[in-house]
Design a binder for this molecule. Structure first.
Ligand code: BGC
Length: 412
């Protein structure tokens, strides 16, 4: 780290989680899908993953790997987890509220669960950790799933009602709201790749559900602002660094389309309805007629090519929106913690470079605080700064978390 302080005063340093991936005990469209698909996913693993991955993570052949169950039991252990975050020097934490807990039946709200999240928020604030609260991180209550989920014509109304309840219950404690997490990743997996619930390939539905989410966000933005005009509201976007190989014209043209379609069109449509941009960064694609992942020799356990420097390019692309940016996710699956410290250091260096170049960056959240349930991959990919022993639920701080702490301290 350089001597000169680049990060602005009050910069938020922390890590993220999401309800379904860490809480445990959720009953929603995902938990139902997991039970229906666990055997299939375990059977398919042999052909889906490479030999080195199968050898290293034999649990991917076990159907239990694909059932979220107790997850990291964070629902019961959040105090302990926030103690760890505090010790690691974090001054902010991003987490999500589980819609199916708040509204388990249509129109019936569970005050006890609102109270639970109130306690979660208070427990963060007691430790001087600023909460960044996500309202929707992909899961849906079963009653809504049965009404067509994101396809439902009334989704905007449903999401508004849920938002209103949550913000009325918690809004006095929360400044930063993220309405939606990576909306297009969710609709893309559900209706284009059709590997996530409800697994229905239909490009038209991809478009309608994505539009439904845009409208849901806009409405939620207005509701939150009405309840608390000082609230800061945004969406967590999943943006990639698309690089045109050797600057060739055809590659540049494809890059421009990808930038516009994937990185920018959603943001353009909610332009007047956001106080900040949440950026989730994981991937670099080198475009040489087709989309190729870059050729970095460093890969994550999921075989994602690691290119932390790309975050600089992605941030520079977002500069033109002229609103603050928070990196709401960035991380890797790395069970043995071989590359995580390097990855975080490289990322932070790129953040410095972006700030120096004029990007209004105000926070960075590593994904994730804890090892967690990685959706259709299950438990084997380990993203956590903190390792979870899924038998005893003991927490063990990884070395990279301590390195991250040093970075936080030296940047103040
Ligand atoms: C999602 C997380 C996920 C992470 C790693 C992000 O796209 O928001 O839920 O665990 O990527 O795959």
């Amino acid at each position: 780290m350089k001597d000169k302080k680049v990060f602005p005063k009050g910069f938020y340093w922390g890590a993220s989680t999401s309800a379904h991936q860490v809480e445990g005990g959720n009953i929603n469209n995902w938990s139902q899908w997991e039970k229906e698909n666990a055997n299939r996913l375990a059977e398919e693993a042999r052909n889906k993953w490479q030999d080195w991955q199968l050898k290293k993570f034999p649990e991917m052949l076990d159907s239990q790997n694909y059932i979220s169950g107790k997850a990291a039991d964070h629902y019961n252990r959040y105090e302990e987890d926030f103690d760890i975050a505090k010790k690691l020097g974090h001054n902010a934490h991003r987490f999500s509220i589980e819609w199916s807990r708040i509204e388990p039946e249509e129109g019936k709200f569970n005050e006890k669960e609102i109270e639970h999240y109130r306690k979660v928020i208070k427990s963060l604030k007691k430790r001087n950790i600023e909460p960044f609260v996500t309202l929707w991180h992909w899961t849906l209550p079963l009653w809504l799933k049965n009404k067509g989920g994101l396809k439902s014509k009334k989704i905007v109304e449903y999401f508004s009602r849920y938002t209103e309840r949550v913000v009325n219950g918690l809004g006095d404690q929360v400044t930063f709201w993220i309405t939606l997490n990576e909306p297009l990743v969710c609709t893309g997996h559900a209706y284009l790749r059709s590997d996530w619930p409800p697994q229905k390939f239909n490009p038209l539905t991809y478009i309608t559900t994505s539009n439904n989410l845009i409208e849901s966000h806009k409405k939620a933005f207005e509701i939150i602002k009405q309840i608390n005009p000082k609230a800061q509201v945004g969406v967590a976007r999943h943006n990639n660094y698309f690089e045109a190989y050797k600057g060739r014209l055809v590659n540049k043209a494809i890059k421009n389309i990808a930038d516009w379609k994937w990185n920018l069109s959603f943001l353009n449509k909610i332009r007047d309805y956001q106080d900040f941009i949440g950026l989730n960064y994981y991937h670099h694609f080198r475009i040489s007629c087709t989309f190729k992942k870059n050729k970095s020799e460093k890969v994550s356990n999921m075989d994602w090519k690691l290119y932390p420097k790309g975050i600089y390019k992605v941030l520079m692309q977002l500069k033109k929106y002229n609103i603050p940016i928070y990196v709401t996710e960035s991380g890797l699956a790395d069970r043995d913690d071989k590359n995580r410290s390097w990855y975080i250091k490289e990322t932070v260096r790129s953040l410095e470079k972006a700030i120096t170049a004029g990007v209004d960056l105000k926070g960075y959240f590593y994904w994730s605080l804890l090892d967690n349930f990685e959706w259709d991959k299950g438990f084997w990919p380990r993203f956590g700064l903190v390792e979870i022993d899924y038998e005893s639920y003991k927490r063990k701080v990884r070395n990279s978390a301590k390195e991250y702490k040093k970075i936080i301290e030296s940047s103040k």
